[in-house]
Design a protein around this ligand. Structure first.
Ligand code: PHE
Length: 388
């Protein structure tokens, strides 16, 4: 007996006389309903209008007020049920009604796929094919040797690229890469570097203190002391890393930024070595035409101290917006390591001398890529980052 015939007979006529029997009968109806829905989804439709018609047909078959299968169940099974069976028939019928919401046209149309034109014409024989075949056809790729979908690869952050480029130059000169902690003691960050308690940079307006003895390092110079303690002299290292200062973010300031420190210590190091090395470095990085300029400056941990400028990489020294018409761009601080700093690192200043420099990697990256806002580096905006 088909499901259509069954729902048009009363439970008495079907010989169903107890609750388990009722449940089994409803389970059969539910299964038929689900199977027809699944078959339509598997079949799909060749066009929107066909989909609408197929969905409406299935909906009407089950839910039409007149002659719908559910109306028949209501009429023949529920209304005509014997009194003692009413509660269990009522309950099952309610469940069935709830589930039948999936046969409303909108709910069906959402799930019934449209076949692509090629499939509709060529893939599936006219007159329709078994629903299962249609589904398998859709899921089989036409050429298994085609490459898969590749995920786009990211790139190194521009600051990282700049850092690596600078590292490369010094590695080729025989320097080693050293690193140290970003959470640093006041001793290494200031005292051991000869920076007196009265120095303005130690002010908590400028430095981020964790407690009275601990700071977020304000520069990479504390690693000078740590490395001297660890390796002694001679020593040729560069120290890349993050630094922190209590600055409000703007186009040229960021509370977190990147430095590379350089330190060379040996028995006969002079200021000439410093000048020669940094001039070589600038030419390697920005091109042979670049000139360097050293001007006197002051740092507590170097004596004498200098500021290094390079001839403007944008105008070649003629004067422009970037170099503020001066022809020069200041790029780093440097100097001969102060004898007290050597001593603090356990190195005898009578036997050894050294030089050091410190540069801002972010600033170098801004120069190299002509970027006018340091904040762009730290906003993680892919539209910016994917350009590098
Ligand atoms: N530490 C200095 C700064 O952060 C830079 C520097 C390093 C200067 C080494 C001289 C020698 O400004």
């Amino acid at each position: 007996m088909t499901i259509d015939q069954k729902v048009r007979k009363t439970l008495d006529e079907l010989g169903i006389a107890d609750a388990p029997g009722v449940e089994a009968a409803f389970a059969e109806v539910r299964a038929a309903m689900q199977a027809e829905r699944a078959a339509l989804i598997a079949r799909g439709a060749a066009s929107e209008s066909e989909r609408e018609k197929l969905c409406k047909d299935l909906r009407d078959r089950w839910l039409a007020r007149k002659n719908g299968l559910l109306s028949a169940v209501d009429e023949k099974w529920l209304k005509a049920a014997r009194k003692e069976l009413k509660p269990s028939v009522g309950k099952s019928f309610n469940n069935l009604r709830q589930e039948s919401a999936a046969l409303e046209i909108a709910a069906l149309a959402r799930d019934v796929p449209l076949r692509k034109q090629a499939e509709a014409n060529g893939g599936i024989p006219a007159g329709g094919s078994p629903p299962m075949a249609a589904q398998m056809y859709r899921e089989t790729p036409s050429d298994l040797t085609l490459p898969g979908n590749r995920r786009a690869l990211g790139t190194l952050h521009p600051v990282t690229q700049m850092q690596r480029e600078i590292e490369e130059i010094f590695l080729n000169l025989g320097f080693h890469i050293e690193s140290g902690p970003e959470i640093e003691s006041v001793y290494y960050n200031f005292d051991a570097l000869n920076i007196p308690e009265s120095h303005p940079s130690r002010d908590d307006w400028d430095t981020l203190y964790i407690d009275s003895k601990t700071v977020l390092r304000t520069h990479t110079s504390p690693v000078q002391i740590r490395a001297m303690e660890k390796y002694g002299a001679p020593l040729h290292i560069i120290i890349p890393g993050k630094c922190y200062r209590r600055d409000n973010p703007d186009a040229s300031h960021s509370p977190m930024f990147h430095q590379i420190e350089g330190l060379a210590i040996a028995s006969d190091i002079t200021f000439a070595d410093l000048k020669g090395t940094l001039d070589f470095f600038a030419k390697r990085l920005f091109g042979q035409k670049i000139r360097t300029r050293f001007q006197p400056s002051f740092f507590p941990f170097t004596e004498p101290s200098g500021e290094v400028s390079i001839s403007c990489i944008f105008c070649g020294g003629e004067g422009c917006r970037v170099c503020k018409e001066s022809g020069w761009i200041e790029v780093m601080g440097c100097g001969m390591v102060h004898p007290q700093v050597l001593r603090n690192g356990g190195v005898d200043p009578e036997k050894f001398s050294g030089w050091a420099f410190g540069l801002g990697v972010d600033r170098f990256a801004m120069l190299k890529y002509d970027i006018n806002d340091i904040q762009l580096f730290f906003q993680s905006d892919v539209r910016f980052l994917e350009q590098f």
